[in-house]
Design a protein around this ligand. Sequence first.
Ligand SMILES: C[S@@+](CC[C@H](N)C(=O)[O-])C[C@H]1O[C@@H](n2cnc3c(N)ncnc32)[C@H](O)[C@@H]1O
Length: 339
Amino acid sequence: MASSYSVIKQEDYRETFDAKHLFALDILVGLSETRKRISSKYFYDARGSELFTQITNLDEYYLTNCELEVLSDCQESIIGLVRNEPFNLVELGAGDGRKTKILLEHFLKTNCDFRYVPIDISESAMKDLVIDCGENFPDLSTNGLVSDYFSGLKWLNNRYKRRNFVIFLGSSIGNFTHAEAREFLRNVWNSLHHDDIVLAGFDLKKDIELLLSAYNDREGVTAAFNLNVLERINNELGGEFDLSKFRHFGTYDVFLGAMQSYLVSLERQSVFIRDIGRAFEFWPWEPIHTEYSYKYLISDIHRLAEETGFRVERDLIDSKGYFVDSIWRVVKPRESNGN
Ligand SMILES: C[S@@+](CC[C@H](N)C(=O)[O-])C[C@H]1O[C@@H](n2cnc3c(N)ncnc32)[C@H](O)[C@@H]1O
């Protein structure tokens, strides 16, 4: 008898799960750990996206105004990097696209040949953004993708063979640990072509008091934003969290160089989640880790770019020195297909 074998293409088992099952799986795993955790990517249901927009309007949350200043002041040097050929303006985690509109307006005014491809995991945020673009920029071609970053990039690459200008605003990269950021950026590099451009926002290290007040605002919007993830578990997975029995706590870890957010259980309690089919036990003052917001030095950013296959073109820094949009070029050997 002839023998043979087949090579089965490896697929991430997570790709076979739908969004709700992945959410349930991550909550099961995260709440079963000794140090309980919920990923910050689950913050963004419709209410979460709305609360994040409110955060960006708070006085204490300096990040948005700093990046608005950078993008307004540097439109010309940004456009100079991409205007010589048609391109996709790809935005990872676009949210409400408020800051991006500065670039969109300028690109349209100067007759750039481009298509806007915002990618966001939040359907409500994407719906609002696409409507907003249609109303404000009738000449703009917008292809909004409701997806995670890499499924969106894969879809785009199979469809449009054009140069890519990828923007990743608002310091979302700070939500990754350093190892995750390296993996994320190398995946972005794999999804792009030689000479494509990436503009990534990084929040710079600064006075710790400023950081603490940015993530613990007086009106309690950041607290509501964190607590909303428990409400989301209640709504989408049949959870029984009583939000009044948890408190938001934001602190700076000087060794990590990161703000960290927690939801702290105020008493001993047991919380049943119907779609997971079990209860989770909480001790008094036991925390659930919900978010990292890593802060960077310029030298850390340059090292990260070089380690993951990019060449730094320039750093655009606001007048207070709080925030940088760092612009990188993808460098690939001629015959490389990635990896
Ligand atoms: C911190 S907000 C930033 C929004 C906007 N870029 C800004 O600067 O204001 C992060 C955004 O990324 C989206 N997001 C989070 N994780 C994502 C993922 N894995 N894939 C795609 N979008 C994601 C969220 O829905 C949210 O709109």
